[in-house]
Every structure is written in C-alpha cells, then in structure tokens.
Design a protein around this ligand. Structure first.
Ligand code: ARG
Length: 403
C-alpha cells in the first residue's frame, strides 16, 4: 500500500462515514481531516462535529455551501431543463462535483495527499467524486474504502460498527434506515424493500412532501419571477437563490409536488430503483419552461431540447468538470439572455401547473396569432406557397411509391 500522509474525508457524520473515519485512521495511521458540507440537508450538523471530535479528529471543517450549491450548480442546471431519462431532476448528481471541489480545495490548503469518500463500488457517486477530483487536481489520490475493505454488505457494516462502539442510527420505527441522500434540491431514498421494483413503496419512505391525497383541497396560486433564465422572486418578493428554493420547497411539500418513483440506469451498468422528492425543483422546471415558452425562439428552444438529454447524462455520469459540459453550458447560458418575466402556477394535489406567463421580452404576438381580424398584415396566400413547397418532396414520393 502506498504511504499516505494526510487525508481529507467527505464526512456526513452518519454511520458509513463514521466507520470510514475509524477505518482510515487504523489502516493508514495518518491524520484525517473531516469535511462536512452543509447543502441544506436539513440535518443538524453539530453531531458531525461532536462525533469527529470523539474520534480524535483535530481539523474539522463544516462549511455552508448552500448558496454556492444553488447559485452555481442547481440554477445553471435548471436553465437547461435537465432531466435524466426524462424524469430525474439530478438532485444527488449535481451535489457531488461541488463537494469534490471543496475536498480538493481543503486538501490543497492542508497539504493532504489524498481525499476519501463513502460512496460504494456499485453506485454513480464514486464516479462523480473521482472524475471531479481527476479534473481539478490529478495529483490528489482518492481513497474509496467501500472498494478496498472486506466489508461486503450493510450487515457486515453494522457488525463492524458494533465491534468498534460506533453508534448505529435507526429510523423512527427502530429499523435500519434506508440509504438516503438529501440536500436543498431533493431527497433520494434507496435500498431495503425498494430494491424490489415490483413492491409498492411504503408511505413512510417520503419525508419532505405530503401525499398528494392528503394535500389541501384548495389550490395555491404562486408567481415566480425570472431574470435571464434564473428565478429571482416568489410572489413579487425578491429572494436569494437559497431563500427562493427554500420557499418553493415549503410550498411544494405542502401540496405534494415533486414525488417520483423511478427505475433508472446507473452509469456503472445496473438498473436501480429510487424514490425522489424534489418539490421546489419540480415547480422551477415547470415555471422555467413556462417563461421560455414565450421568450425563446422556436429553433433556439428546440436546439436546447435536443442537447438536454446529453447535458443531463453528463451530469448524471459525473462529467460536470469536463469540456463538453462547459461547451453545452455556454450554449444554454447564451440562450437565456431574454428569459425574463413572470410565471404563475397552480399547486394542487401533487401538480404544479403553469396558468399564465408574461414578459417584457416576449416573442408572443396575440395580434399575429389571433383568430379575429388583426392590424398585422399576414397574407394568408403566403401559407399556400409555404405548404406547396414543403409538400413538393412528399408529392414526388407519393407519385413514385403510390401510397
Ligand atoms: N440514484 C441517484 C443518483 O445516482 C441517487 C444516489 C444517491 N442516493 C442515495 N439514496 N444513496 O443520482
């Protein structure tokens, strides 16, 4: 084994990373610095400090990354209307490059030669962490204990915890918890009974949204303001990115917006089933498409839609810090210059529907589209020639094929 002098560990204070901390200290016999990112996961972060202290960690970093997360990662991604496999809003995928960026930053600051993470060998997150570290500083080594130690299952993990007197958390019902990843954008739940996609997910899986069935019987009308592609206000009140997403999460949760039960294709090769809750993000996607619908040119909008699946796949697969993502981002950002205005939505029993939109930069012309008489001269005869020329090749084909 290569000699490692100092490690920066991405540490949540949960069971997995608590065990990893112990294992790193024992295996490498070197100093481990812990880094805990506050991404708005809604958990107290003090226990992470206490647990790290108890494990003898001297350098404990707990950093509030919420603003950077929403402003520089979530909002740029939402400009693209990014969805993986048509449905997943990429709430975990988009957080990893940010965590990796700060792992690398701290590693440089404290002259550590390695970083470590608690992602398993079967998932996507290992790729996202490590591809980002590769892109940002190839001199830093990455330690992935889940791929190195001989713990092979969650059961064995619990045994290790018991042996080393590491407290094992349980959920409200006293059972071992699901594998959960949460931040300001989403909560994702995997594992246990969810591993059988034929099983209906039990009610208690969802933690931050009400069941649409139990949501209020009265709809709630909200208005979101956009400037150059980014949301800037809710109901006329200007908000910072974090405050805005927090407020939309609150509203969406109340109305059961943004639940998703999905079987997806992992980059590493297998299919997996997860339950996602993305209340604010779901509202923002609908609203952003709403404002784009009146401010984007048709060809521009369609080009965006063509590249969107590739862009989403890059983020899913861990290529945030890759040139092709930068190139697509430049295209997406360029398209957003006039994506400003207001969108009104109705939140009701799990749905977020756009009901009106308005913009000072609108391309929509009621005068042009109207069924009534209009002041704009639109010569209906032009449409005849337009159809005749577009039909030219279809007529040739029909004549030959005799359809
Ligand atoms: N499958 C999701 C993704 O790859 C979430 C992964 C992390 N979630 C979890 N519950 N462990 O982005």
């Amino acid at each position: 084994m290569t000699k490692i002098e100092k490690i920066v560990l991405s540490y949540s204070g949960g069971l997995d990373t608590s065990i990893i901390l112990k294992w790193l200290q024992e295996t490498y016999g070197c100093e481990v610095v812990t880094f805990t990112a506050d991404l708005g996961q809604g958990e107290e972060l003090k226990p992470a400090r206490t647990k790290a202290e108890m494990s003898g960690v001297k350098d404990i970093r707990i950093v509030d990354l919420r603003e950077e997360f929403v402003r520089d990662f979530v909002f740029p991604m939402l400009r693209a209307n990014a969805l993986y496999e048509g449905q997943y809003l990429l709430g975990s995928s988009i957080a990893r490059p940010l965590i990796a960026k700060h792992l690398v930053g701290i590693a440089r600051e404290v002259s550590a030669d390695a970083v470590a993470h608690g992602a398993t060998g079967k998932g996507n997150d290992q790729l996202r962490f490590e591809l980002a570290v590769n892109a940002l500083d190839p001199s830093i080594k990455v330690i992935a204990p889940w791929r190195q130690w001989n713990i092979r299952s969650r059961m064995q993990l619990l045994e290790y915890a018991e042996k080393h007197h590491i407290p094992v958390p349980s959920d409200k019902r006293g059972e071992a918890p699901f594998s959960i990843d949460a931040n300001l954008l989403h909560t994702s739940t995997e594992g246990k009974i969810l591993e059988n996609p034929a099983e209906v997910a039990p009610d208690h899986v969802c933690q931050r949204t009400v069941d649409p069935v139990d949501a209020p019987d009265t709809p709630e009308i909200i208005t979101i303001g956009f400037e150059s592609g980014d949301p800037v206000s809710v109901n006329g009140k200007a908000m910072t990115p974090v405050a805005l997403l927090t407020e939309l999460n609150r509203l969406g949760s109340r109305h059961g917006v943004g639940r998703l039960d999905l079987v997806e294709n992992r980059f590493i090769g297998m299919k997996s089933r997860g339950i996602y809750e993305t209340p604010g993000g779901t509202i923002l996607l609908a609203a952003h498409r709403g404002i784009e619908s009146i401010t984007l040119d048709r060809a521009a909008a369609h080009l965006k839609d063509e590249i969107m699946p590739s862009y989403a796949e890059l983020i899913y697969n861990g290529f945030w810090f890759a040139p092709e993502r930068d190139m697509l981002q430049a295209l997406i950002d360029h398209s957003q210059a006039f994506v400003s205005g207001e969108v009104t939505l109705r939140l009701y029993k799990g749905s977020a529907s756009v009901i009106s939109r308005a913009s000072p930069c609108s391309l929509y012309s009621a005068d042009l589209v109207t069924f009534e008489e209009s002041a704009i001269t639109f010569d209906h005869h032009d449409a005849e020639g337009f159809i005749r020329l577009n039909g030219l090749r279809l007529r040739s084909l029909a004549a030959r094929n005799g359809r």
